[in-house]
Ligand binder design. Structure first.
Ligand SMILES: Cc1ncc(COP(=O)(O)O)c(C=O)c1O
Length: 389
């Protein structure tokens, strides 16, 4: 073993599947080819001005420049509680049922360290946000994936979970509206999840990263609005995508007070809290006018329709998503995820994500992110139409 070898836990994390694609993209760019990336889900739209202004004011104040407390600023916790009451009809005690997180990603990783031991299992959706499987492995536990397939509306088949896995499961990760499939929570799923969690003493972690990005009049509910949900679960709420704040690292965990106390206990040993100026800007985001969110919704709807129409024209049978910033579509016959994405890159100089990046059940699909300015997205779609028809 060499002195720079990664730990066995780190080695057990699957290699980053985009690496080879990135190498090819770099090669193309070096040849002077204009590559358009529809890969990553990082909004191109700017953070809303009232949030930036709140940050500018907060950052200048000496009191906000000190170590933050991990428990969070009262203003932010209260803003989150009022937002949850107003938006989801969920009552949150700002004293015990919410604390800030440095992004949903941090929160999900740390939940794994707070609740999992070797021998434990975390149940995670497949395809899914990679942290649901990487987090448990880094924590020395095991991730068992639950396939999400179109035939079931991308809901996990809870009755098909191996009883031995249920015995050992301590966490269940869910995420609706869902990355990468764009699916919304099917009717009755959250109620079934609460029953299962109660019966098998599993802590449910619902990742609500895309709560405010939905289409065609659909309004995404909070998992915590399900009767009994607060007894068995927490929700991770992120401002990254809905408020165009991916770079700010601003999120929170809400719900079961005991689970939040455990997460807090771990977190105080690991990091020093979320910058208080960011927390105040987060409060301004949640208390701000609805106009910018509505405008964002119109932009994503326009882009979603552009992509869906173009894909249908070239023979891809795609469902228009009801939420998120992604279009999830089956690859044409004769390809798997990786070979199709490579083909699109070679022929059209457009980067799309292979579905297999998100888990074995994602093979046979690809994901297009809508976070590219309209003109570039139109150009990308035109190229795909021209080269793939
Ligand atoms: C489902 C899901 N959860 C969490 C995140 C990360 O959120 P944050 O920026 O708050 O860490 C992402 C980002 O792509 C995501 O897709």
């Amino acid at each position: 073993m060499s002195l720079t070898d990664p730990s066995k836990r780190l080695q057990a994390i699957p290699p980053y599947m985009f690496a080879e694609l990135e190498r090819k993209v770099a090669g193309k760019k070096a040849e002077g080819i204009d590559v358009i990336s529809l890969g990553i889900g990082d909004p191109d739209l700017p953070t809303y001005p009232h949030i930036v202004e709140a940050m500018q004011e907060a950052v200048a104040e000496n009191g906000n420049q000190k170590y933050p407390s991990n428990r969070g600023r009262e203003e932010f916790r209260k803003a989150l509680a009022s937002f949850y009451a107003r938006r989801f009809g969920v009552e949150i005690d700002p004293e015990t049922e919410v604390i800030p997180a440095i992004g949903a990603k941090e929160c999900i990783y740390n939940l794994c360290f707070a609740f999992l031991d070797p021998g434990d299992i975390a149940l995670a959706s497949d395809p899914g946000y990679p942290v649901y499987t990487g987090g448990p492995v880094l924590a020395g536990a095991e991730a068992v994936v639950l396939p999400l397939v179109p035939e079931r509306g991308f809901a996990p088949d809870l009755d098909a979970i191996d009883p031995d896995h249920l015995l050992r499961a301590r966490l269940l990760f869910l995420n609706y509206p869902n990355n990468p499939t764009g699916a919304i929570a099917p009717e009755g799923l959250f109620e079934r999840v609460v029953e299962l969690a109660r019966e098998h003493e599993i802590l449910v972690v619902h990742d609500h990263a895309y709560s405010e990005i939905t289409y065609d009049g659909y309004v995404a509910p909070s998992f915590l609005a399900t009767p009994g949900a607060k007894d068995v679960g927490v929700e991770v709420f992120s401002l990254s995508k809905s408020y165009n704040m991916t770079g700010w690292r601003c999120a929170a965990i809400l719900g079961n007070a005991d689970a939040i106390a455990t997460y807090w206990r771990l977190k105080t040993n690991i990091d020093s809290g979320l910058f208080e100026a960011v927390q105040l800007a987060g409060a301004a985001a949640l208390e701000g006018p609805p106009g910018p969110l509505e405008e964002m919704g119109e932009i994503y709807t326009r882009r979603r329709d552009l992509v869906v129409d173009a894909l249908r024209e070239i023979g891809v049978e795609v469902e228009a998503p009801k939420g998120t910033i992604y279009v999830w579509a089956p690859v044409p016959e004769g390809y798997d995820s990786t070979s199709f994405c490579e083909h699109v890159l070679e022929e059209a100089a457009v980067v799309i994500s292979p579905g297999s990046m998100y888990g074995p059940s994602g093979d046979g699909f690809f994901r297009i992110s809508l976070t590219t300015p309209d003109e570039r997205l139109t150009e990308a779609v035109e190229r795909m139409r021209e080269h793939l028809s």
